[in-house]
Design a protein around this ligand. Structure first.
Ligand SMILES: O=c1ccn([C@@H]2O[C@H](COP(=O)(O)OP(=O)(O)O[C@H]3O[C@H](CO)[C@@H](O)[C@H](O)[C@H]3O)[C@@H](O)[C@H]2O)c(=O)[nH]1
Length: 471
């Protein structure tokens, strides 16, 4: 039941504060749409200016156009001298700019009349102190898997318990969840002094300061992790956890008018195409790119391959043909389309010609594959992606060739292995049926009365100042 306002009849005003990067912005936009339609909340989505990439600004413009109920709340960052950090990446610089601009956030929230906040785990150290000052409850939308959330919640305890044994990080057996093998733990976490590790541990500790945690997953995809988190088995003093996924595509992707991939898909037979994409960021090396090209070619299957050869707006100049190896594009032109366009991945995954998704297992891609019932061949590259690949394999959504050679995040998987795995997955009827059954479970979870829908109702109730009945 949607909340109908507080004692004075006022609707809660939830302000969402995403961090940078499409992998983070997309689920925040989807949460904004879900909460503002049918849950009795007013919702503002903070647009941090300047955006990190044109993909982000196009995405936001399309979202606010399509969903006028979602209010745009511009947050202009205070200028700062980025040359202090000559080798930092744009995401680090964005975080630093947010940190320095934090004093401006309070007045923005007061002016907007916020009654609750939800932010990204990466911004908790910036946003939670401001929320405290303002007397506002601060929630987290965790944009990765529940398995990763449980790792994040448990990791500080794990490190404390294993400190001093000198053996480094091994398998991590998360209470109530399952054992995450050493090789799946993000590479940086194996180094206790790595900046990422220090942030990850600080983020893990900050989780208990949140009023509630939303996670973009659903019971049937991650039954163990969702239950363990909701029952407080992973870490003590944990706030309520709302599994609200899969946060649905909002048909709000900015379309690239030049791109012809949908016409191309329309011309392919049903369930014949391998869709290959590694998210919104540069995720694979030139060498891996060429192995993948050769593997796709020898698999003999049709394919649509979205190549992101850019990080944010910087084009790395090399032409596709040059990147992929001599003559490749000519040889495969009758059965393969390679594009550098920003595709509408939802639309692609829903297309009847698509039979398999070769994915890096960024968490949004996993949830989109689950919602569309498209089996995944996992080719994780960095960060949380091996943990997510484990979820994919465990849930039966796809296969993860975890026996593939693993030389760390820079390791390269050879063409022959890729070709064999693609052929096997394309021929696997049982895999296809299992993926289709997960899509049904996803649809049930988000429909009225489903587990994810109920979590969203409970979250809206909490924002209303009510008590939470979920956990
Ligand atoms: O041409 C494109 C490329 C991407 N997308 C969309 O962009 C999002 C990409 O997100 P994701 O699949 O999660 O990949 P990344 O961009 O790599 O995501 C980052 O953020 C995720 C969520 O925290 C993490 O799981 C990943 O490891 C991290 O790299 C998805 O919604 C895609 O549908 C498009 O629509 N068109």
């Amino acid at each position: 039941m949607p909340s109908s306002g507080d004692a004075a009849g006022r609707r809660p005003h939830v302000v969402l504060i995403p961090s940078a990067g499409m992998g983070h912005l997309v689920p925040f936009g989807r949460l904004a749409v879900a909460l503002s339609s049918g849950h009795g909340c007013d919702v503002s989505l903070v647009t941090v200016l300047p955006t990190v990439s044109t993909a982000e600004s196009k995405h936001l413009d399309a979202l606010f156009d399509a969903f006028p109920a979602v209010r745009r709340l511009d947050f202009e960052l205070a200028p700062f001298d980025a040359s202090e950090f000559p080798s930092a990446d744009p995401f680090f610089l964005r975080f630093e700019a947010m940190r320095r601009s934090a004093p401006l956030l309070g007045p923005l929230l007061t002016g907007a009349g916020a009654s609750a906040l939800a932010t990204d785990i990466a911004l908790t150290s910036v946003v939670i102190p401001v929320a405290k000052e303002q007397g506002l409850p601060c929630h987290i939308l965790f944009t990765a898997s529940a398995a990763m959330l449980s790792l994040c919640a448990y990791f500080p305890t794990y490190l404390d318990a294993n400190a001093g044994d000198g053996g480094g990080v091994g398998d991590v057996d998360i209470p109530g969840v399952y054992r995450i093998p050493k090789a799946s733990i993000p590479q940086a976490l194996h180094d206790p002094n790595h900046l990422f590790t220090r942030q990850f541990v600080a983020n893990g500790r900050s989780l208990t300061s949140a009023a509630g945690i939303l996670v973009n997953t659903f019971d049937a995809l991650e039954p163990e992790a969702v239950a363990a988190l909701q029952q407080g088995k992973v870490a003590s003093g944990f706030p309520p956890v709302f599994a609200v996924g899969p946060l649905l595509p909002a048909s709000n992707q900015a379309k690239d008018p030049q791109a012809n991939y949908m016409e191309w898909l329309d011309a392919q037979p049903a369930r014949s195409v391998v869709y290959v994409s590694f998210g919104s960021r540069k995720a694979i090396s030139g060498e891996q790119l060429r192995e993948l090209a050769a593997g796709l070619e020898t698999s003999g299957h049709r394919f649509l391959w979205v190549v992101k050869s850019t990080v944010v707006d910087r084009d790395d100049a090399a032409e596709l043909g040059e990147l992929l190896g001599e003559g490749f594009l000519k040889r495969v032109e009758k059965r393969g389309l390679v594009t550098k366009a920003w595709v509408d991945q939802e639309e692609v995954l829903k297309h009847e010609s698509v039979a398999l998704f070769v994915s890096h297992c960024g968490w949004n891609s996993v949830t989109e594959a689950a919602a569309s019932g498209v089996p995944v061949l996992a080719l994780p590259r960095f960060g949380d992606q091996r943990v997510n690949s484990g979820v994919v394999a465990r849930a039966g959504l796809g296969v993860w060739a975890d026996t593939w050679s693993w030389e760390g995040e820079a390791g390269v998987i050879g063409a022959e292995e890729i070709s064999e795995k693609v052929k096997a997955a394309m021929a696997d009827e049982a895999l296809r049926r299992k993926a289709a059954s997960l899509a049904k479970a996803a649809a049930k979870a988000v429909a009225g009365g489903g587990s994810s829908h109920r979590c969203l109702v409970e979250f809206a109730r909490l924002c209303q100042g009510g008590t939470c009945r979920t956990n």
